[in-house]
Design a protein around this ligand. Structure first.
Ligand code: SF4
Length: 366
């Protein structure tokens, strides 16, 4: 069954590290954007899906009316299975009791909160609009509304972040006790304010050793606390892995609605434009590509290796491509042997190789 991703490109302010398709200046155009999204949904009318993920941007910046319209349209236009995992991203300080009730009413059962860090000075450097108190208030509001599946984001390798301040953020996560934690190391991307600050000497990037130390520290503390390290950057309580994101890593089909959103069906990948006007005036594409068999085989292995606890299923590879993974990638498998667990049935990245995963995956590129 399909996964459905919906992109909401609005934010109150652009964060200093952000290179996502988000446009604070377009906030006043959300009515026409929601209409364009609904027009796009109608093209897929009746499609069966069992995961929905509304991300951004900041979906919780939508007005109550637009949120209602969007959620009702998703329920009307898609055939959603009764156990659909339905996630909405929320940023602290942008959701109130009325919006939380709307989410609940239309079947949203998983919330991902953009907490990033619980250190206020780090939040300020990142250009976030919220304080750590806003995050805990938002978390408690959603818990009190009955959401029992919440994910928190944790960023590391931040300017001025120390192991002590990282530990404080981890302690706060343990206190809140979410079902899922996503961890991201800061990467300074071109076109962001951080990139300019780096060029002007106003920002110092975290060195490689500190980056690795922080990642390993997070892994170790979260695991000690009972979280399963199921994907390179993601941790979950048993049974609370993100089913939607697992579809990406397991190369299952998904459709993306909205600005900049990507879809992949039967190895046909297409991505919408990130130009707001081009999207609302006709859903223009920026990429439309049919993968070759060899590209699809590479992608299957590269994405599958991200999933640490199950890895790449060799039987599934054979069923999908009619060839044995051991034969297709015999040379690559020899080169990566120190970093993987290669059994008769699966190929898994060793957890201690997560930090060199990019080099391992490069060996499987077509
Ligand atoms: S809230 Fe998220 S999407 Fe919006 S500007 Fe900040 S990082 Fe980008």
């Amino acid at each position: 069954m399909l996964g459905i991703y919906v992109h909401i490109p609005f934010c109150i302010r652009k964060c200093n590290y952000c290179d996502f398709a988000s446009y604070p200046a377009m906030l006043s155009r959300q009515d026409e954007y929601i209409d364009a999204l609904i027009a796009e949904m109608k093209l897929h009318y009746g499609a069966h899906a069992d995961t929905v993920y509304i991300g951004g941007g900041t979906p919780s910046t939508l007005t109550g009316d637009n949120l209602t319209k969007l959620l009702a349209a998703l329920n009307e236009n898609f055939s959603l299975s009764s156990d659909t995992e339905f996630t909405v991203e929320v940023n602290p300080g942008t959701v109130d009791i009325d919006k939380a009730r709307i989410l609940k009413k239309y079947g949203v059962n998983r919330i991902s909160i953009g907490s990033q860090t619980f250190c206020d000075s780090e939040l300020e450097i990142l250009g976030r609009i919220h304080t750590s108190r806003d995050t805990t208030n938002t978390y408690e509001l959603l818990r009190n509304c009955g959401f029992d599946n919440i994910s928190l984001d944790l960023m590391y390798a931040l300017p001025s972040q120390t192991l002590d301040s990282l530990n404080d953020s981890i302690d706060m996560i343990f206190k809140l006790n979410p079902e899922h934690v996503s961890c991201y190391g800061l990467k300074v991307e071109p076109g962001t304010p951080f990139h300019d600050m780096l060029a002007n000497g106003k920002l110092k990037e975290c060195d490689e050793d500190t980056f690795a130390d922080m990642y390993e520290h997070i892994c170790s503390r979260l695991k000690q606390n009972g979280y399963v390290h199921y994907e390179i950057s993601n941790f979950a309580r048993e049974g609370r892995q993100s089913r939607h994101n697992l579809k990406y890593w397991n190369c299952e089909d998904y459709i993306g609605l909205g600005l900049g959103a990507a879809s992949c069906e039967d190895n046909h990948r297409y991505t919408h434009t990130t130009d707001f006007d081009d999207y609302v005036h006709g859903c223009a594409l920026a990429e439309d590509y049919h993968m070759t068999k060899s590209e699809a085989m590479s992608e299957f292995v590269i994405l599958g290796l991200r999933v640490l606890n199950s890895g790449v299923d060799k039987q599934l590879f054979y069923e999908r491509f009619g060839e044995s993974i051991d034969e297709v990638f015999s040379h690559a498998l020899l080169r990566v042997s120190p970093y993987v667990i290669n059994t008769e049935t699966s190929l898994k990245l060793k957890e201690e190789a997560a930090l060199v995963s990019n080099s391992v995956m490069c060996e499987f590129m077509s």
